[in-house]
Design a protein around this ligand. Sequence first.
Ligand code: F6R
Ligand code: MN
Length: 192
Amino acid sequence: MNMNHKNNIQSSIRNPLITFINGQLTGADVVHQVKTLIELNGIFEDQTMFEKMNGSQIAYEVDVWCPVENGTEGGLFFGLTHLYPGQVGNEYFMTKGHFHAVENRAEYYWGIEGEGILLLMDKDRNTRAERMSPGSLHYIPGFTAHRVVNTRAGMLRFGACWPADAGYNYDIIMNEGFSKRIKNIDNVPSLI
Ligand code: F6R
Ligand code: MN
């Protein structure tokens, strides 16, 4: 094989645009979002305790890769959430939680590092909980609100993959919450 031919073959094989190694998502198109505690105002039960806390501390960070434009039917987005450890009163740090704006859109979550609980609530406000740990895989059906709670002292990292046209509806959860909470009762995460 002559050198030109060999170079052509090699140059037709691209390097990956994004890498997902050791719980980190890296690449030019990855968007990094930071959510501080103050942005979660209203989701914790103990508001008095919440107001005593440092609102500028980070509650979670999200890395998102959107290979297609937001709203593209048939496209997929990929995300990595880094949820910090902490408590507000006896309630653990957690994500805001949402339904999708296009309500029937489903999603996968999977545990990468740390331990926690995925709360799932259907439109009738029935809430169920799944343990999340490295390797756990969670199918979130359509019409189901989802929130992750970090129940341990270390970081909780989880992956997500969802339709590019799913969007977010945060209002229902902001206004009405989930019908159940995860609380630290005598050092045991309990669904209440
Ligand atoms: C996307 C998705 C996740 C969350 C992320 C942060 O549909 O479910 O990427 O957006 O874990 O949680 P929220 O969006 O509830 O603040
Ligand atoms: Mn979602």
